[in-house]
Design a protein around this ligand. Structure first.
Ligand code: MLC
Ligand code: AMP
Length: 501
């Protein structure tokens, strides 16, 4: 019995291979048989090109059915899938390639020129959202061939996903086949997937939410996915009557609520709305319930540990809480001295279980720093746990902004801004934003009085993904500091609180 998670997936493909797997408004219909064929084609090609188990395949492409099949192919061939947000710019790519040393970098034809220098000597192939590209052409000879699942150990790596941090450069979180399998099986069970379920999939597939949580549930259920290239509220509204489950970040739900036509009738076929990746505001939960009669199920997770807790499918879904630990997952709340805290007290949330990653790629000291001696991972989230084990997140120990479900670490942006000529120093903060939940803002002191917002932002071009760019830059005489010399970001947040209304 192999530990390859793809063997589990394949065992759940419907026996009728004509059964629908993906329906895309732009790309049409792909059956489970199509998925199997493309997976074998890509796996055969990658292997014939010399890729061997353990090699990294970096993939920065727009969402498409073939992009998902490339992920499957990597799993099946024992290669390590390394997805990258399409927003990452050349300088960010240069770092990822240097750190991960992928055997192959897959990009789009449109982006290939801009990143060529950053990718260096690494072989490049292309895969475009319309299903064209050199990867497709080069793999033609493998179409229709059969590829046998590569035997791997359950704790061999299936994927590396980069996550940023409060200090230093992004770190590659190493996820094993068993991390993915155990989490997928748990979610499939606790969210009660049943024959006939149809998943509305509008998330990107370069982060754990869209790639693992959503896709794996559908595959384990042998279900179809209505697969959108990106989230568009009107398109989603049109497709909802054909779906039974939808997963999204809170921005999806606030945008749906902004659609006057969104009501109980529009989502009458949906049995489950799931939210995660960022806090779902209790007012959004309440507005959604008032409009549709449905309670959004909020769950909590992170790249390093997959899904950790979930509100119940059958019991009460409480706004402002993230529910109970998944089966086989244990969580605890610890004080600064590392001792577990009693129910109700706020401390650092720690997690242990088959979902917890193997460590940071080539960073054993960083991995050791974040693990306790008894095998718990320190999430960096602040939480309290109720008497019944229900978890509430109450803040973050890490200086992190979550904007539209994407994590942004201020330090990374401050470092770039501080290097701009004419800048004295900077502090990057997250401010309340009706659409993104939090929006990035930079507060800057200048040594050159002529420095303006455009020049600061222009200096970030090519260096930082655009979703990380401050939506505003404010200039101040001096940054407020506490007695220890630390910037008082709370004071800045209060001062600029009403920037976005
Ligand atoms: C896009 N932009 C953003 C942004 N997304 N800015 C801040 N925050 C975001 N999240 C910027 C773009 O750079 C662009 O700016 C402008 O907004 C319009 O871009 P767009 O592509 O048209 O945006 P839109 O389609 O509206 O995208 C917004 C979104 C998307 C919320 C639909 O970001 C999204 O799908 N988010 C989901 C992210 C996700 O999957 N998170 C899960 C991580 S896993 P400019 O300047 O270029 O014009 C995780 C673990 C867990 O957290 O628990 O799940
Ligand atoms: P990432 O590192 O991109 O995987 O993001 C993980 C982080 O997202 C977690 O550590 C939390 O801070 C945050 N997060 C995920 N789900 C939730 C949620 N339901 N509520 C609040 N924060 C969340």
């Amino acid at each position: 019995m192999t530990g390859n998670v793809f063997a589990l997936f394949e065992s759940r493909f419907p026996s009728d291979r004509d059964a629908l797997f993906i329906e895309s408004p732009t790309r049409g219909r792909f059956s489970y048989g199509d998925a199997a064929r493309w997976t074998d084609r890509f796996a055969g090609f990658l292997t014939a090109s010399g890729a061997v188990p353990g090699d990294r395949i970096a993939v920065q492409v727009d969402k498409s059915p073939e992009a998902l099949f490339l992920y499957f192919a990597c799993l099946k061939a024992g290669l390590i899938f390394l997805p990258l947000n399409t927003g990452y710019e050349a300088e960010e790519i240069r770092y990822f390639v240097g750190d991960a040393e992928p055997r192959l970098f897959v990009t789009s034809d449109a982006a290939a020129g801009a990143i060529a220098d950053a990718v260096g000597q690494t072989t490049i192939h292309t895969l475009n959202a319309d299903g064209t590209g050199s990867l497709v052409d080069a793999s033609t000879a493998h179409d229709g061939t059969t590829f046998t699942v590569q035997a791997v150990a359950a704790d061999d790596l299936a994927s590396i996903i980069y996550t940023s941090g409060t200090t230093g450069r992004p770190k590659g979180a190493m996820l094993t086949h068993d991390n993915l399998a155990s989490n997928a099986l748990a979610l499939h069970r606790i969210w009660g997937f049943v024959p006939g379920d149809v998943l509305l999939h509008a998330l990107p597939i370069y982060h754990v939410h869209g790639l693992f949580v959503a896709t794996h549930c559908a595959v384990l259920n042998g279900s179809p996915m209505l697969f959108l290239e990106s989230f568009d509220a009107k398109t989603v509204l049109g497709l909802l009557p054909r779906a039974t489950v939808m997963m999204g970040v809170p921005t999806f739900y606030t945008r749906l609520l902004n659609e006057p036509a969104f009501d109980a009738t529009a989502c009458a076929s949906i049995r489950l709305f799931v939210s995660g990746s960022a806090p779902l505001l209790p007012e959004t939960f309440a507005a959604f319930k008032a409009r549709t009669g449905q309670s959004i199920l909020e769950r909590y997770g992170m790249t390093e540990a997959g899904m950790i807790t979930s509100n119940p499918l059958d019991g009460e879904r409480l706004p402002g809480t993230v529910g109970y630990p998944l089966p086989d997952v244990s969580v605890r709340v610890s004080g600064e001295d590392g001792a577990p805290l009693p129910a109700g007290e706020v401390g650092g949330l720690e997690v242990r279980g088959p979902n917890v990653f193997k460590g940071y790629w080539r960073k054993p000291e960083k991995t050791a720093e974040d693990m306790t001696s008894d095998g718990y991972f320190r999430t960096g989230d602040l939480a309290s746990s109720g008497e019944d084990g229900r978890v509430s997140l109450v803040g973050r120990a890490k200086d992190l902004i979550i904007s539209g479900g994407l994590n942004i670490y201020p330090k990374e942006i401050e470092t770039e801004i501080d290097a701009v000529p004419g800048v004295g120093e900077s502090a990057v903060i997250g401010l309340r934003h009706a659409d993104f939940g939090e929006a990035v803002v930079a507060v800057v002191t200048r040594t050159d009085g002529a420095l303006d917002e455009d020049r600061v932002l222009g200096a970030l071009d090519g260096k930082l993904a655009r979703f990380k760019r401050p939506k505003r830059v404010f200039f101040v005489e001096a940054l407020p500091r506490n007695a220890m010399g630390k910037v008082r970001k709370n004071a800045l947040r209060d001062r600029f609180d009403d920037t976005f209304g």
